[in-house]
Design a protein around this ligand. Sequence first.
Ligand code: GLC
Length: 410
Amino acid sequence: MSTFRKIRILYINHTGQVSGAERVLIDTLRVLDRKHYEPIVMCPLQGNLVEEIFATGAEWLPIPSIRARFSWRPDRVLRSLASILSAVWILRKQIRALGPDLIHANSVRAGLVASLAATGTRTPVIWHVHDTLPQHPLSTALRMFVLIARNTQLIAVSRQTARCFVGHFPLAAKAHTIHNGVDLSRFTAERSERRTYRDELGIAQEEFLVCAVGQICARKGLLELLDAFRQVHSQAPRMHLAIVGRVVFRHEEDYLQALHEAAKSWAIEDRVHFCGERRNVSAVLHGSDLLVLSSRDEPFGLVLIEAMACGTPVLATRVGGIPEIVVDAENGWLVEPGNTPALAAKLLELSRCGSALRQTVEQAQRATCPKFSLEQYKTKLAALYTELCNQRDRGSPQEIKPALVRSPNH
Ligand code: GLC
């Protein structure tokens, strides 16, 4: 009798906190075809990720947090090594016990641990790169590691993130760009919620509400946005700014404090609204007239697609993967990162021109959103999974045959 064996994928996440990369992981688990795949996720217990994993119906196993840092400080090097080695130890045991067909590590740190733990097992390992690899000698060591690790491949969330990882190394064949996908059914242009959020903030319909949505951290350039707002607030007395999001990693708490202090010292407090994290992001986007993503570094920028799908115009910085999504004056606007006068001028201009805003929104919805749907992401990911499993099986004909192939023994 022939039965069907599913592809068992072990997902590794280095933290239990949910930020952008984890949202992609959760969506991956949600759309993964359970007839063909059996996902098991390993991540630390601390944080809100575990409950989200359970909600997708995937299995979960604990792994300690992987706290590796790009630093030469002896104490940090030791801490990073200890953290990596303890995670490798636990993961190696699980690889032996579970015999996954594939390991999908959801960050560079998790990837390093996974590739080390899978050494000698022939299990393919994917490093899903959601971050820009910093300029650091250790980055070079990581590239060399990926080059020699035969079972290791990369997914980058944008071409720019892939280029940055590859650098001058002959790694291009191992780096697959798969743009993130957004569940467009959760972010629709039906703007019935527009009033809810504005009413809550006490903002009238005719006032111009700018929002910034995402993790609160220096990389998101929120201080620059506040500065730009300061530069124009007296010329645009009906403009408001909502900062929506929370500090995810503790070391950024000072940054949030600095934002509050800047708003106070620049006397713009009454028009800057710190809203904390919102579960209903689409209500925020529907309620806003413009979404600004003023990042200094941004490998992708999920919120841009979410805003476009909600019919909210976007203004962003020309950095990282953003120009692969936003084309200036077509489906949104771009300014140079760190150029606060340019950002300020654009804010003022856009607050005064309703028709240009509407045109970009139409273009974004018609041409851009479909390119970044969850469906297209899922198709490309499944193709890569199949390719990697097939490669492995071609290399070892005597090993257990993979899913998607009927095996007489199971
Ligand atoms: C990280 C990146 C962000 C990206 C997200 C999902 O948080 O900083 O740009 O959108 O991962 O890939």
